[in-house]
Design a protein around this ligand. Structure first.
Ligand code: 1HN
Length: 347
């Protein structure tokens, strides 16, 4: 393979004449844009400890009223990607949001798609497209692109959840914007999806002949996810992943276009090698104590901690408890990579 020409090899006057006409020679930058074998990665394996986030989020609750914040969030920013860019991985935005007793976060809709994964507190709710969805620890709530959503809490508690958005991609497309609106009228059938999609394998009959709803399930209660993981663990060999994907029950496909969501159970003492693959991911620990080994970094995690896994990383997660299972929630960008036609798993 021949060495590619460098910018310095070209006459200064020639380069200047290109610059003047908004032209750039490709060959000096080709290998940086298209490295051989493995992509250039700036994303660092990163751990955000909940014990570091929690007191600072409560402090934000004292320092900044909700009216002055709109959304009171501390963003988990990957240091390798520049903190100001607010990326946990190149495609995944992650933040921790606090709503205090009596507060509401106003109604809006936007082009990025979002989910909420509840970390702490009871009695929170999100209204999505007129449906009032309760939020309890571990529940996953979808707020897809273009659907109105607003949040609040009806208990004495603070409520804290993790926001995951496809914002980095939508922003890079110069397509990220929001609209504000008046508070939604709540339909008198709270969370109807929990009655319509109560069991896998069964969908409302009418949806076979009608156009299928784009987002039939907006809430995935943790209690049923956890129960399903426990059942799956009884028929899964040790060392093999006990993992469930959140899907659209009408299509069987991932429930959002860019980001995918799944839940993992690690049995006591279990060590799991994650697939070596092209997707990046973020893990949030629902409960448990363990270690992640990601490309040579050893990161010790416990309840509510959050971890970033770069693309093409070699990663292993270990449950360090010999008596209790650990439960993790995963966000990844495999759905977008599959649609773009380059998703890969390496053996
Ligand atoms: C957003 O709409 C929410 O609705 C939270 O709670 C975090 C971060 C960036 C852009 C939009 C929310 C967000 C966000």
């Amino acid at each position: 393979m021949s060495e590619l020409g460098k910018l310095e090899d070209l006459p200064k006057e020639y380069v200047e004449s290109l610059t003047e006409k908004n032209l750039v020679p490709l060959w000096p930058s080709l290998r940086a844009a298209l490295p051989h074998g493995i992509p250039a990665r700036r994303t660092q394996p990163t751990l955000w400890k909940y014990k570091d986030i929690h007191p600072r989020l409560l402090e934000a609750g004292d320092l900044t009223p909700i009216e002055a914040a709109e959304r009171r969030v501390l963003v988990c920013a990957n240091p390798g990607l520049g903190l100001e860019n607010m990326q946990a991985t190149p495609s995944i935005y992650i933040g921790m949001q606090l709503i205090k007793k009596g507060e509401t976060a106003p109604n809006h809709k936007h082009t990025p798609s979002a989910v909420r994964f509840v970390v702490e507190g009871t009695g929170g709710y999100t209204v999505v497209d007129g449906e009032k969805l309760p939020m309890e620890k571990g529940d996953l709530i979808l707020t897809p692109a273009g659907l109105w959503h607003e949040h609040g809490t009806e208990s004495e508690d603070n409520i804290i959840w993790l926001d995951a958005l496809d914002l980095p991609t939508i922003f890079a497309l110069e397509a990220s914007y929001a609209l504000e609106g008046p508070s939604q009228t709540i339909r008198n059938r709270p969370d109807k999806s929990q009655a319509e999609y109560i069991r896998s394998g069964l969908i409302p009959y009418k949806s076979l002949s009608k156009q299928r709803p784009a987002y039939p399930l907006l809430r995935f209660p943790w209690a049923s996810v956890k129960g399903s993981l426990e059942a799956l663990s009884t028929v899964t060999d040790r060392g093999e992943a006990v993992q469930l994907a959140y899907i659209n029950p009408e299509t069987g496909q991932e429930c959002m276009p860019v980001l995918g969501f799944s839940a993992i159970m690690l049995r006591p003492g279990e060590s799991l090698t994650l697939p070596h693959r092209s997707a990046s991911a973020v893990l949030n620990i629902v409960e448990g104590k363990g270690q992640a080994r990601i490309d040579g970094s050893e990161l010790d995690w416990e309840d509510n901690d959050t971890l970033a896994i770069p693309t093409h990383a070699k990663a292993q997660i270990v449950n360090l408890s010999s008596s209790k299972p650990a439960f993790l929630f995963q966000i990844d960008d495999a759905p977008m990579q599959r649609k773009l036609g380059f998703y890969e798993e390496f053996s």
